[in-house]
Design a protein around this ligand. Structure first.
Ligand code: C5J
Length: 223
């Protein structure tokens, strides 16, 4: 057990039963021409965390942690994409439309891939999810149960949408959740800031937050 000086109080990390979950660091959210940009967002804000997420990923790999990457994407026939989701927001390109990186948010298309700097290595898990939360309509719950995982470290995008939704799903399922403050981003910096605050408010009502530097030092290979 290694204490991390997290907010709102210390997080007792046990690497033997912890996993790193990196949420949706996909080209469709981070690069021009993808889904995030089609909704009118400035993707440079979310691109900026790639080096910090990579530092956390490297530390988790060195420690032998279970590593899970998620991708928000849909089947090519869109059978798992409610029309309410596809039509919402009147984006320049809707889910399933052809774009510069292939069909938007469709499994197997270049845009749905994780950015190369953070691509999964053999042995790491990749979960494709049709929703914002990573537990909905996926095998994530079973994967964590089979691995004896009880603690989850979160990174990725966007803080207030898929990261927060998945943290809340995990919290309700009894996991202790720690969000890496500088390894998560939003197209709206004020939403990121507010999400960090609401997660750790009221005595860690959803979970804890801590910077990557502190998390990485608790992930030394000797633990
Ligand atoms: C969004 C996500 N924002 N990964 N997806 O639609 O947060």
């Amino acid at each position: 057990m290694n204490m991390i000086a997290a907010e709102p109080f210390d997080f007792p990390l046990d690497p033997a039963c912890a996993a790193l979950i990196i949420i949706d660091m996909q080209r469709d959210f981070l690069e021009p021409g993808g889904f995030g940009a089609a909704l009118g967002n400035d993707v440079s804000l979310v691109q900026a965390i790639v080096p910090t997420v990579r530092a956390l990923l490297d530390a988790a790999r060195a420690c032998g942690l279970t590593i899970i990457h998620t991708r928000e994407c849909h089947r090519p026939d869109l059978s798992d994409c409610p029309s309410a989701k596809r039509d919402r927001g009147n984006p320049a390109l809707r889910i399933g439309d052809p774009g510069p990186m292939g069909r938007i948010l469709i499994a197997g298309e270049p845009g749905a891939e994780i950015v190369p700097e953070l691509a999964a290595l053999p042995g790491e898990h990749v979960i494709d999810k049709p929703g914002k939360g990573a537990f909905y309509a996926t095998g994530l719950g079973d994967l964590l149960a089979e691995g004896g995982i009880t603690q989850l470290i979160f990174a990725g995008v966007t803080t207030e949408v898929c990261v927060q939704t998945t943290m809340r799903e995990a919290n309700d399922r009894g996991f202790d959740c720690l969000l890496a403050e500088d390894a998560t981003a939003s197209y709206f910096p004020e939403f990121r800031r507010a999400t960090l605050e609401m997660i750790r408010a009221q005595g860690a009502i959803v979970g804890w937050t801590a910077p990557v530097e502190l998390i990485a030092s608790a992930l030394k290979p000797e633990f």
